[in-house]
Design a protein around this ligand. Sequence first.
Ligand code: ASP
Length: 344
Amino acid sequence: MMKKQNILLIYSGGTIGMAKDSDSGTLKAFDFDSLLVKIPEIRLIDCNIETVSFENPIDSSNMNPSYWEAIARIIESHYNRVDGFVVLHGSDTMSYSASVLSFMLENLEKPVIFTGSQLPIGDLRTDAKENLITSIQLASLHNNGIPIIKEVCLYFEYQLYRGNRTTKMNADHFEAFDSPNYPTLAESGVHLKINYEFLRKEKFEDDLIVRTELDTNIGVLKLFPGISEPFVESVLNAKNLKGLIIETYGSGNATTEKWFISQLKKAIEAGLYIINVTQCSGGSVTMGQYESSAHLKAIGVISGKDITTEAAVAKLMYLIGYNIKPEEFQYYFEKPLRGELKEN
Ligand code: ASP
């Protein structure tokens, strides 16, 4: 008889496990045991489920690198014994966390599936049950004991996505996430439909390595018509800034005004990494396609290609955290390390 899969549920917080505070009426996280009592159905899934919870579950708006490290360390300490992981997480910053964890977990060969919900588990119309139950089922899929999913994913409202390709695009709909530049990995309908061709398939020689050094001295600057010189200058001169993502227009275009280019050039010459990410929700940066991006390429701006801002934030913190040599930085940023951007 095939042995049952062991799945570890990690509860970090989020709406899924929240209840209305009787005094203030606001939603606050409550403890994990109460959450499980609300979904007796998960006991019916054909796998062994273990649970670990943050001591104080958080609203994911409070997510930060120390919590990311905590999730990574929980995964590391159970990795050899457990077949798959489901991380319950608030939806607000779930795409950031899934992106960061994809970089932290090097040589990952087991599923790590982030999920959560738009309505609390206790709500009559909750989306939490389906999200949680299907995530557990996806995490336990295997072929003769070998996991089918071997990457960090995000499951929400019938779709399984590559985590570092997602973005939260709706605050109200159950369908809260999208993966504009990479196909869904699986769809849940009457049957679970796995899109095998889009899954990561690497086999690694080495064991899991958990990389938790992140440097948070980075920033994001969204361009808009009329952006002023003093504002750009103050951002570029922010204390200790080491990396800056500029969200540009269309395929990576920006104003060609002289002051803008010379400010950026000066910052790059002083050692700042500047990454070009489009503010469009889909598509890619192609520097040089228009005159309004050729100048960025010429001064050494790095292309984010089709990466999301969330994954760019994660990758920038990660690469700076590991002190990648300046002469190699562009190469590593523009190369897909965990399937977070396109190859060419
Ligand atoms: N504010 C909540 C959080 O991100 C929203 C959610 O869980 O969906 O923790």
